[in-house]
Design a protein around this ligand. Structure first.
Ligand code: THU
Length: 134
């Protein structure tokens, strides 16, 4: 795995340790790299007593990057979670990712040790909902 991805994986892992997951106890860390920006944006899941107000790690990272940059293109996403097989972004997060990513964008999926699997975004969500091209 290239060293930039390893660094982003570490950011995701560190973010995971900040997860606020008292309800599910399922801690997720994410990191995104944005085209033209060297910053790696961290995200963790932040749960809420109302459950429905919970924000996933992936969306948390994206929201931070948009707040900092405005318009973004995501270069890659990293997810870190202590599961085997690795955890993939949920459908809601995939839909949000689709707003900011090309079909060929890589998604790196890891456990607590390292990235274990690489998938292309288009293989996770082949047909995103989209109104702009209608
Ligand atoms: N979760 C994420 O953070 N990312 C995903 O892609 C899947 C689910 C979180 C939401 C909730 O806090 C916990 O995992 C259990 O669903």
């Amino acid at each position: 795995m290239n060293e930039n991805i390893d660094k982003a994986f570490k950011v995701a892992l560190e973010a995971r340790s900040n997860a606020h997951a008292p309800y599910s106890k399922f801690q997720v860390g994410a990191a995104i790299k944005v085209v033209g920006d060297d910053t790696i944006y961290p995200g963790c899941n932040v749960e809420n007593a109302s459950y429905g107000a919970t924000v996933c790690a992936e969306r948390n990272a994206i929201i931070g990057a948009v707040a900092r940059n405005g318009k973004i293109e995501i270069e890659y996403v990293v997810v870190a979670c202590n599961t085997d097989p690795v955890t993939v972004p949920c459908a809601l997060c995939l839909q949000v990712i689709s707003e900011f990513a090309k079909p060929e964008m890589p998604v790196y999926l890891g456990d607590l040790e390292s990235v274990k699997k690489t998938v292309l975004f288009k293989d996770l969500l082949p047909m995103p909902f989209n109104t702009l091209d209608c």
